[in-house]
Design a binder for this molecule. Structure first.
Ligand code: NAP
Length: 248
């Protein structure tokens, strides 16, 4: 099957390309570095020629609500329009568990992406994933100030990015099908992001200290468990502990 991966050079995109190629699919890589831009539309029609499914794992350069909303809604609209023109049969969009429970910031931008994608004529599957195990390492870098990293308190049910990639591949190839366009995937256990980051830093020996800070994203919604999987979610291992043992 010919499948386009928008965001093919990113964290999830690279893993997804690996999964699809290992299954024998023909992959079309979409990213600005490959000369295809989902915002300007440059190269998009050519990239989607003969493609059956498109998976959107792009990410915005900025995480503030305005620029992220502009990015995700434009990308969703362009992928829908170019996809319909090219005869694409399915668009799979990677989103985040709980997007519909926040009213601002990056989460609101992801919710807008879902709405635009779902309103198009190409049938859509949305996979809402929990925070990746890899998110702990990203926060150690983002929150770094000298020997300390400041990480927001976040209840989450983290999942390995590669497990998300496998499920995206199953949705794109029709191996997983069922009622409703919205799916969830999470790991087997609830964790606290600050604790995950602390354990990862201890294993690496860097940074010296991790400090928890109040979440900038509607902390009361995060505390209420908005990022935790609902009933019917796909639960995929490994746990953060086992992932850390294997990779950290
Ligand atoms: N991190 C988490 O815990 C988590 C959890 C659930 C869901 N998600 C979602 O997962 C998605 C992917 O995240 P990620 O961390 O894998 O992203 P990433 O590593 O930042 O990669 C982003 C990808 O998008 C491409 N891209 C950006 N602008 C583009 C444009 N204008 N045209 C074409 N391609 C473009 C980039 O390639 P170029 O720079 O070469 O263009 C790159 O391949 C995001 O939408 C995020 O919301 C993340």
């Amino acid at each position: 099957m010919k499948i386009a991966v928008a965001g093919a050079t990113g964290l999830v995109g690279r893993l997804l390309v690996g999964v699809l190629e290992a299954e024998g699919h023909e992959v079309v890589a979409i990213s600005r570095s490959a000369g295809v831009d989902v915002i300007t539309g440059e190269g998009l029609a050519e990239a989607l020629a003969g493609v059956e499914s498109v998976v959107d794992v792009t990410n915005a350069d900025g995480i503030d609500e305005e620029s992220a909303t502009r990015f995700f809604t434009t990308a969703a609209r362009n992928l829908q329009e170019a996809g319909a023109e090219a005869g694409v049969r399915r668009l799979v969009v990677l989103s985040i568990i709980g997007v519909d429970r926040f009213s601002a910031g990056y989460m609101a931008a992801k919710a807008a992406q879902e709405r635009i994608a779902l309103a198009g004529s190409v049938p859509v599957s949305v996979l809402r994933a929990a925070q990746f195990h890899e998110f702990a390492g990203q926060w150690l870098a983002w929150g770094r100030q000298g020997e300390v990293s400041r990480v927001p308190y976040t209840r989450t049910q983290p999942v390995a990015a590669v497990a998300v990639a496998r499920t995206l591949a199953d949705l794109a190839t029709g191996k997983v099908a069922g009622e409703g366009p919205i799916w969830e995937i999470a790991g087997p256990r609830e964790e606290e992001l600050v604790d995950m980051a602390t354990r990862l830093a201890a294993r690496r020996g860097d940074p010296e200290r991790v400090e928890g800070t109040e979440s900038a994203t509607e902390p009361e919604v995060v505390k209420a468990g908005a990022f935790l999987a609902g009933p019917g979610a796909i639960i995929a291992g490994p746990t953060f502990h086992d992932w850390l043992e294997a990779t950290g």
